[in-house]
Design a binder for this molecule. Structure first.
Ligand code: COA
Length: 198
């Protein structure tokens, strides 16, 4: 068990094994809010449209996340609407990430369908906070939540072969490659982590 485990009244603590514990410390879950050692992840709402537009449409963030495309207001509204519906119906969607001691949003992490294969984990960070391990910590919390409380048998990821920092994230999460598929920017590698391998 990692030291410094935070206790939140009424929260459900989740512990799936030493591998995840090493990555994110420990995870507390309450009302779809995920709390890790350094971060708080909360579901996105329609009030977040402007900050998501700024974040996702910045050149460095959208390069691999949306194949370089700029998302319209309508597309961002739809992403948030789908997330709100999925949280209500199935307990997953899009989370916004903030540091525990600061109010501003520094990124996103989420679960969304990957074709008919299952749910994939997605994540993005503002460039100002790259290189601190936040993506691994946030995505690790989402994977842990998915394989634990949500009860999924596996979580998937799909990463452009050229997205080296993202490949490093999924590898740190212990995900293993199982397929390569063509994408708009070139080959994309599909990864999985099963509940059994946790
Ligand atoms: C993909 C993305 C989230 C990766 O961000 P990142 O900052 O490299 O990843 P992490 O937050 O996990 O940080 C890892 C780095 O922090 C370092 N680090 C520093 N302190 C750390 C700590 N306490 N714990 C863990 N890692 C730490 C790690 O060593 C690593 O550095 P390295 O790459 O030099 O080895 C970011 O590049 C991004 O937002 N890209 C645009 C969106 C995108 O492409 N998303 C993925 C779509 S599949």
């Amino acid at each position: 068990m990692a030291q410094g485990r935070e206790r939140i009244e009424g929260a459900r603590d989740v512990n799936l094994g030493s591998g995840f514990d090493d990555l994110i410390g420990s995870l507390a879950v309450m009302n779809h809010v995920l709390t890790t050692e350094r971060l708080v992840l909360r579901p996105a709402t329609l009030h977040d449209r402007a900050r998501l537009t700024d974040h996702w449409n910045s050149e460095e963030v959208r390069r691999f996340l949306f194949d370089g495309a700029v998302l319209s207001d309508a597309e961002i509204t739809k992403v948030i609407g789908d997330s709100t519906r999925d949280f209500a119906a199935a307990g997953y969607g899009l989370w916004l990430i903030r540091q525990k001691e600061r109010p501003d949003v520094v990124g996103t992490a989420g679960l969304r369908p990957l074709e008919q294969l299952g749910l994939e984990v997605v994540y993005s960070l503002a460039p100002a906070v790259w290189g601190r391990g936040y993506a691994t910590e946030a995505a690790g919390a989402v994977v842990e939540y998915a394989l634990g409380p949500l009860g999924l048998p596996e979580v998937l990821a799909e990463v452009d072969e050229g997205n080296v920092t993202s490949i490093a994230v999924v590898e740190r999460l212990g995900m293993t490659p199982f397929a390569t598929v063509p994408g708009l920017l070139g080959p994309m590698v599909r990864y999985r982590r099963t509940a059994r391998s946790g």
